[in-house]
Design a protein around this ligand. Structure first.
Ligand code: UD1
Ligand code: UDP
Length: 370
């Protein structure tokens, strides 16, 4: 069986590392990796291939940045060409980026079955480009791999029930595999900050960065937070661009650094006292590491983390951020922690399901021939 994996953004490299490693160990499956080039800085792309031993992409589309239409359109043109050339049995896509949508759309027009990993997530906010990407991808996919029961239920509400599999979150597989229990992050050693004495923050969501007055409000709130606890901010290039364009200042207690590799990021998360983020991945990694989280958005797809008391959705409201910080710094983390995201074997399950399906199709075809 030949799987063509389309990917292009940071979180997709991390998820793909899990499945690519398993595919390399398999005799039945071959993978063709297609990098759209959506992320291209060394610290946003190559570093992950190097440190996670992801095979070099078979195709690099070098699409780069652009408006949604330009970026997705260029990817679509190239994706069609590659599918024609590679003739995969399955096109596999992760998450909800423009790279996800382009791979899925090209495959669906060419009648190639699509496997969507991280299917069924919904924010119920269609102003988010990711919401549109994931709805459209789910509706053209043949195999829908959901991380949670909520995701399965979301698909059901939209009439999708066939080939829906709750396998857990493949990011949990990655986190379990790559986290070192005791390794102190190099970043805090070099900044002379002690474990559990800092907040970790990431920001990149377009809904926060592209609305300047909203971003100013958020930045002011983060400055306030830094009066109480040092903040380490590995900054996404989108956010760095906004900060330099608007000319925002930061306090001595705000440590702005380049994006870090995944292994260092896991350690920074693990040893943080609290995490503040608008990232989908970092929100649930906070939970997986048992670190409380404040979500700097107005809603979340990962509602289990909120229901269990480990995550508060605070938006950019300074008062909510301060109250949330107060809550977790004073009360500490909740006592109860449940395995919300599976057992860390989502990758194995996905591969097994796809392989079985392929074998049963072959059996049907040869039976027809007889
Ligand atoms: C994209 C995804 C988002 C995902 C995020 C992961 C879409 C619509 N959004 O958002 O769902 O959470 O990736 O990080 O697909 N840039 C660089 N260097 C790079 C990459 C980006 O400088 O290597 C800058 C460019 O100015 C670019 C901007 O960041 O315009 C935004 O990049 P883009 O890929 O369009 O969106 P992300 O915010 O990264
Ligand atoms: N991440 C990383 N280095 C960083 C920031 C994030 O390795 O400097 C990892 C993080 O641990 C998580 C993933 O990138 O696994 C999340 O990606 P991002 O926040 O860009 O996207 P999202 O998950 O919101 O789509």
């Amino acid at each position: 069986m030949k799987i063509a994996t389309f990917l292009g953004a940071r979180p997709q490299f991390i998820k793909a590392a899990v499945l690519s490693r398993l595919i390399q160990q398999s005799n039945d499956v071959e993978e063709c990796l297609v990098h759209t080039g959506q992320h291209y800085d060394y610290g946003m792309s190559d570093i992950f291939f190097e440190e996670l031993n992801i095979p070099h992409p078979d195709h690099q589309l070098s699409v780069g940045s652009g408006s949604h239409g330009v970026q997705t359109g260029k990817m679509l043109i190239e994706a069609e060409r590659i599918i024609e050339e590679e003739k995969p049995d399955i096109v596999l896509v992760y998450g909800d980026t423009n790279s996800t949508l382009a791979g899925a759309l090209a495959a669906s027009k060419m009648n190639v079955p699509i496997a969507h990993v991280e299917s069924g997530l919904r924010s119920h906010d269609k102003t988010m480009p990711e919401e549109v990407n994931r709805i459209m991808t789910d509706h053209v996919s043949r195999f829908l791999f959901c991380p949670t029961q909520t995701a399965v239920d979301n698909l059901k509400k939209e009439g999708i029930t066939d080939h829906v599999y709750q396998v857990g979150d493949i990011m949990f597989d990655a986190l379990k595999y790559y986290t070192s229990a005791d390794k102190i992050p190099e970043t805090i050693e070099s900044l002379d900050i002690l474990p559990k004495k800092y907040a970790l923050c990431t920001l990149h969501r377009a809904g926060n960065t592209d609305d300047i007055s909203r971003f100013r409000q958020l930045w002011a709130a983060l400055k306030e937070v830094s009066e109480r606890i040092p903040i380490i901010l590995p900054l996404h290039p989108r956010t760095r661009n906004v900060i330099s364009k608007v000319g925002l200042s930061f306090s001595d207690n705000m440590h702005i650094i380049e994006p870090v590799g995944y292994r260092e990021m896991l350690q920074l998360e693990r040893f943080a006292r609290i995490i503040l983020t608008d990232s989908g991945g970092v929100q649930r990694e906070a939970y997986m590491h048992s670190v409380p989280c404040l979500t700097l958005r107005d809603q979340t797809e990962w509602i289990e983390t909120v229901e269990s008391g480990w995550n508060q959705v605070v938006g950019v409201d300074p008062e909510k951020i301060e109250n949330g910080l107060d809550h977790f710094l004073t009360n500490g983390a909740p006592v109860e922690w449940k395995p919300l995201y599976g057992d860390g074997d989502a990758g194995e399950q996905i591969l097994e399901i796809l392989t079985k399906e392929k074998l049963s199709n072959q059996t049907m075809i040869s039976a027809d021939a007889v």
